[in-house]
Structures are given as structure tokens and as C-alpha cells.
Write a protein that binds this ligand. Sequence first.
Ligand SMILES: [Zn+2]
Length: 436
Amino acid sequence: MKLVLASVLCLFFVSSALSQTPLKPPTESVMDRFFRYVKIDTQSAEDQNTVPSTRKQLNLANLLARELTALGAQGVRVSEFGIVYAVVPGNLPDNSKVPVVGFIAHMDTSPAVSGANVTPVVHKNYQGGDIVLPKDPTQVISVADNPVLKDLIGDDIITADGTTLLGSDDKAGVAEIMTTIDTLRQNPQIKHGMLAIAFTPDEEVGGGIEKFDVKGFGAQVAYTVDGETLGEISNETWSARTATVTFQGKSTHPGTAKGIMVNASYALADYLSRFPQDMLPETTEGRVGFVHPYTGTVDVEQSTLKILLRDFDTSGLDAKEKLLRDMVAQTQAKYPRVKVSIDVKENYKNMKEVLKDHPELTENAIEAAKRAGLKPYIRPIRGGTDGSDLTFRGLPTPNLFTGGQNFHGKLEFNSRRGLEKSTETLVHLVQIFGGK
Ligand SMILES: [Zn+2]
């Protein structure tokens, strides 16, 4: 018994000496920081010709720039597109021996649900069961739809009040990165190389990242901090193309149309009827891709159909494109007087194609999450990230968890542990890179 106790004590000592020396807390907790940021309305808007799509995103951008400067960051600037850039100097004897690691989060919230007057609500010491949001009892975060709740017993869960989204996507990422910088400043004993920081607008509407200055950012590797469940790391997205099928008919006055009018709508209807039912978003999940006719115009003279193609493998995506082209040929044969054509554009590619050559990015993230006491795992994303784009522009960028759930809706939530453990993971991550 004594012996066991002694060895337990000894173990405790060793581990506390190595990794559990209490850190000085940041000047502001990640929770408090998160609450301040979500109260700033930064909703982006679709179909704008400017970046940022909404001026109000600059309110948060300018605030973050001031706070970064106060936290000792250097080269802080807000670009003409509202992107915040900064550098956190390293404190190693020779910082040039380790890579400059980038952390990126987006400031905007989804156009789907209002982000104005967000009132975060803390459900302290959650003891299980469904969570009814106070300002709208029809908004319920149920255990049935959110099995992750079972892992949050005893945690303080953070939701909106039922009238807005929470904005955890991605102000959790912003707050976690800022708190990491704050923590590093309070604890110079934590050794790390130079860090590059960026906060981007318009991620939700897909315009911001095109304006990202990869070279000026200065990182050799980076992470977007924009994911979900604690421990979930994504080094793979699917690849994405968009097809536009055009059906060219001939319009004429219907009173004198006999033998002249060619109504393109029927060809479009024929084409739509050919989609395989087992290859649609509503019938697929996991690593299975899909084709998805999602919008179009119905018109006698010219009808159009837009289709999303998604697959984790290029060969699978090629096969889906071939299917759509074959369907064009079939509809064309059936409607010879309508001219049917298809145009396919590439949107983004699976970042794994590049990240497979940088295994240390995923390995270090896994190690950092383990050191934070989490059980890390890899999950391919059924979507794109800003990291997909950056990865193919020369900056390998996998995605890290933020603790958030139910993005883009009123049922969005995060938790105290979600915010704190995500931050802790980032602090470990910079140490791991610093130690190599
Ligand atoms: Zn996001």
C-alpha cells in the first residue's frame, strides 16, 4: 500500500514538474473574451461585390487589431479587405530553426440567422436533459439530436437566448487564439517560435479568403481554428465542382407557336428525372459523395440548372462529372431541338492531396490535444474550409476544433470546457513546434 502510494506521489511529481506547472492565467478568461466578441454583430451577406461584404465586420477587425497590439503582437494591420494580420514574436534562442506557425479564424457569422443583439446564456453545471432556450421555448437543444451533450455533464454550456445564433462559429476560434496569445505573454517560460495570426471576414459567403495575402502572412504552416467537437481534427475535405447545364430552346408568341416554339423547360425536367436517388445529399453521409441540383431557372427560351458535385476522391468526382455529361447526351437525344450543354468548374480540392506530404501538422495537433487531456481523432469534412484554399496556395492548413456545435442556427452552442480545452491545445501546439 505504502509502496503504491509512494509511486503514485512520485508519478504526480514527475508529471507536474514536466507538464503541469500551473500557468499564470491570461489577463482575460477565454469565456469573458468570447462573450465580448459574440455581442458584436459581424454577419456577412451573400452576393455583394465588396470584401468585406458588410462594413460591420470591421468593428470586430479594428477591435482585434487594438487588442493584438496591447498583447504585444507586432506588425498588426487591417488590410483594405478587412483581414487582420499580426505576428507574435518567438522566444527561442534561434527562432529561425522552427517553422512560423499560423493560426486563422474567421470573424463573420452566417447570413442564415441573425447575429444582432446576441445574448449568451450560461447553463451552469449541466446535469443532462434537453436545453430549452429562454426567449423562444420552441428552440430546444435535445439530447436525441445532440448526443455530444452526454459528454458535457458538469460543464457550463453556453447558448444564445433562442432569437439569434450564438456566433461560436467562429468567434470561439477568435477568442481561443487571442487567449492563447494572452497566455503566452503571461508565461514567458513557454518556449515557442514565431506565430502568424490572421482573422478573416466573409468565410461564410466564401469571398474573404481570396483576398488573403499568403506571402505577407509569413507562415510556413497554419491551422484554421474553425471546427467543432473537442478533439476533432480535419486534414481532409472533399473536392468540389459546380456544373451548370443550359437548355437552349426557342421562344415565340404562344398564339402562333405551332411548329415553331421549342420549350426548353421539358428538357430540364427530363434531365432532373435522371438523377440517381442514391447519390444525393439527402441519401448519403460519411465519405460518400453526391450530386446535388440546387437551383436553376425555368424558361421557354433558356432553362438552366446548377449542380454541386462532391467527392473525397478525384476519381469519384470525375465519375460524377461523367455521369452528368452522359445524362446531357441522353436528354439531348430525347430532345433534339433543344441545345443542351454543360459547363463544369472546379471550386476546391481535397487538402489531403497536399497535407499527406506534411504529416507533422496532423501529428503535432494530435499530440497537443492529448496533452490537453483530450482524445483526438481525425474527421474528414463534408465541406470546404478556408484552409482548403490556402493549402493549394502553398500554405498547408488543416482545421482544429473549437468546442462549438450546431453552427449557423439558433441551437448553436459551446461550453466552458470547449473554449478552455481548445485554448489549452493551442498553447501545447506552439510548444510542440517550438521544441522541434
Ligand atoms: Zn466557421
